[in-house]
Ligand binder design. Structure first.
Ligand code: GDP
Length: 306
């Protein structure tokens, strides 16, 4: 991830270092290169526009520090602004004062929600929490089975609409009301004194009104403390439309980026916070349950500028 963007920015800064003093024209040429590199990395146009304008303004009025030469000064500004568009401070999960804390997952099919449910459950279990997973994705025939498998791997129980599913048996006739399953799952967590409950919901391949309504109904029914929008970092330019649709549809509280291990250009990672204003909480970096980390904007910016 970010290899091309990283290379492009590195060579831009190398050219800059070759110059001693920087004229306004030098700064403008640099900003143009940065803008092109970001657009080629699929970063959303409004995010690129704002980023470039801020970097330009700050570079021109450069708060010259004695310790840094002009080129280093520009790199420092770009780094700070990258941290800014990635969200500034990192933020962890918000836990409810009255357990269980309810976490709902939403996103397109294939984004990595079910895998994330297992990752999050394992992460929370390792921190001493007692999560319950709830299988409210009744759209895909084997989604319930898949959730049972990751729950097993994470060593946590799963609440599923059909007793047969809990043993990991493949079923293709799951019928039921996902809203009722979600509600019952949260109630079960309360009764069995699980302090966190993670509700997996259905995704579709494209955006559709039925999916949004269902996610929104589940949200209303279980009143989650966190609604995590799970987005595949490989999605490129579609990230903006998808994120906005989910923002309007379910009004999520945080973002999880998946497939950051992939070979994509990274635009989604850099756009999603800028276009929704919601923080990125976690990053998923592979198929194993341990390929998962808290998201730190400063570390991500350093990776890009390395
Ligand atoms: P869902 O439809 O949103 O529930 O998505 P799944 O959890 O079923 O994931 C879809 C596919 O992406 C599966 O093959 C996962 O193994 C894979 N996957 C999920 N997260 C990651 C990740 O961070 N990196 C990679 N490389 N693959 C992932």
């Amino acid at each position: 991830m970010f290899n091309t963007l990283s290379d492009r920015l590195t060579s831009t800064f190398k050219n800059l270092r070759a110059k001693g003093r920087l004229s306004e024209a030098d700064i403008d040429a640099t900003i143009r290169e940065i803008r092109r590199a970001l657009l080629d990395a699929d970063v959303a146009v409004p995010v690129v526009r704002e980023f470039s304008a801020t970097v330009r303004e700050r570079a021109l009025s450069s708060e010259v520090s004695g310790a840094l030469n002009p080129a280093q000064q520009v790199v420092k500004i770009v780094n700070e602004e990258l941290v800014g568009i990635l969200g500034g401070e990192s933020r962890g999960l918000r836990f409810s004062k009255t357990p269980p804390t309810v976490i709902m997952l939403a996103g397109l099919q294939g984004a990595g929600k079910t895998t994330l449910a297992g990752k999050l459950a394992l992460h929370l279990r390792e921190q001493g929490h007692t999560p319950l997973l709830v299988a409210a994705d009744l759209q895909r025939p084997n989604a319930v089975t898949q959730l049972s498998v990751v729950a097993d791997r994470a060593g946590v129980p799963v609440f599923a609409p059909h007793p047969g599913n809990q043993s990991g048996v493949e079923v293709d006739d799951v019928i039921g009301d996902p809203v009722a399953v979600a509600r019952e799952g949260v109630e079960t967590a309360r009764q069995r004194q699980h302090d966190v409950v993670i509700v997996d919901t259905a995704g579709r391949l494209g955006l559709d009104a039925v999916l949004m309504q269902q996610a929104s109904d589940i949200r209303d029914a279980v009143q989650p403390d966190e609604v995590l929008f799970v987005i595949d970092a490989m999605i490129g330019q579609d990230a903006v439309a998808t994120a906005k649709a989910f923002e309007e549809g379910v009004d999520f509280t945080g973002v999880v980026l998946t497939k950051l291990d992939g070979d994509a250009r990274g635009g989604a990672a850099l756009s999603v916070r800028g276009v929704t204003g919601r923080p990125i909480l976690f990053a998923s970096t592979g198929e194993k349950l341990t390929d998962f980390e808290a998201f730190h904007p400063d570390r991500m910016a350093s990776r890009i500028l390395d």
